[in-house]
Write a protein that binds this ligand. Structure first.
Ligand code: URA
Length: 184
């Protein structure tokens, strides 16, 4: 566990803990406010993120930005990261060994950011953070408290591209996050 961002970022620079290093263009570490109250966790970089080295800059990210605008979240005031930092080829889900060898980087990021709220984007984030027994359909929109952090599971923004009806649920889940923050 590293106590500074500099040390943590340095430790990941030449990471070869899993096979994803062989096909990556860039490590997608994370972005945003390092003292954010709200953190978003996705699954893993896609092609655009791999190219640019930044999370959620492709189609799903643009949709997420639009949802942020609607509910009044500023992208620069939150912190955004993924379960795996390197792109799984062909946008497949990260495999178990890939997620487990990468998760300590994310744990370290959470410790450094100290968020009050973590929004889990989709099933991969949900299962890797809260446990395999959670399913996204039953869990989305419902707060889970664990070790002093409030978790809000919701759809992955890419799911909204496939199914329009999920958009309104995604917005509602984000509204709960904004309202929780306003109440405090
Ligand atoms: N999907 C993710 O889960 N993360 C990204 O950074 C981009 C797309």
């Amino acid at each position: 566990m590293y106590e500074t961002w500099e040390e943590l970022e340095k430790s990941i620079q030449n990471c070869q803990k899993c096979k994803l290093y062989k096909t990556r263009q860039n490590i997608v570490f994370g972005t945003g406010n390092k003292n954010a109250k709200i953190m978003f966790i996705g699954e893993g970089p896609g092609a655009d993120e791999d190219k640019q080295g930044e999370p959620f800059v492709g189609r799903a990210g643009k949709l997420m930005n639009m949802a942020f605008d609607i509910v009044g979240i500023k992208r620069e005031e939150v912190y955004i990261a993924n379960i795996v930092k390197c792109r799984p080829p062909g946008n497949r889900n990260p495999e178990e060994d890939e997620a487990s060898s990468c998760i300590d980087y994310l744990r370290n990021q959470v410790i450094l950011v100290k968020p009050e709220i973590i929004v889990l984007l989709g099933s991969v984030a949900l299962k890797n953070i809260l446990g395999k027994e959670y399913g996204i359909t039953a869990s989305r929109g419902k707060w889970v408290e664990k070790k002093g952090i409030q978790y809000m599971p919701t759809w992955h923004p890419a799911a909204l591209l496939r199914d329009e009806s999920k958009k309104i649920e995604f917005i509602k889940d984000l509204m709960q996050v904004v309202e929780y923050k306003l109440e405090k």
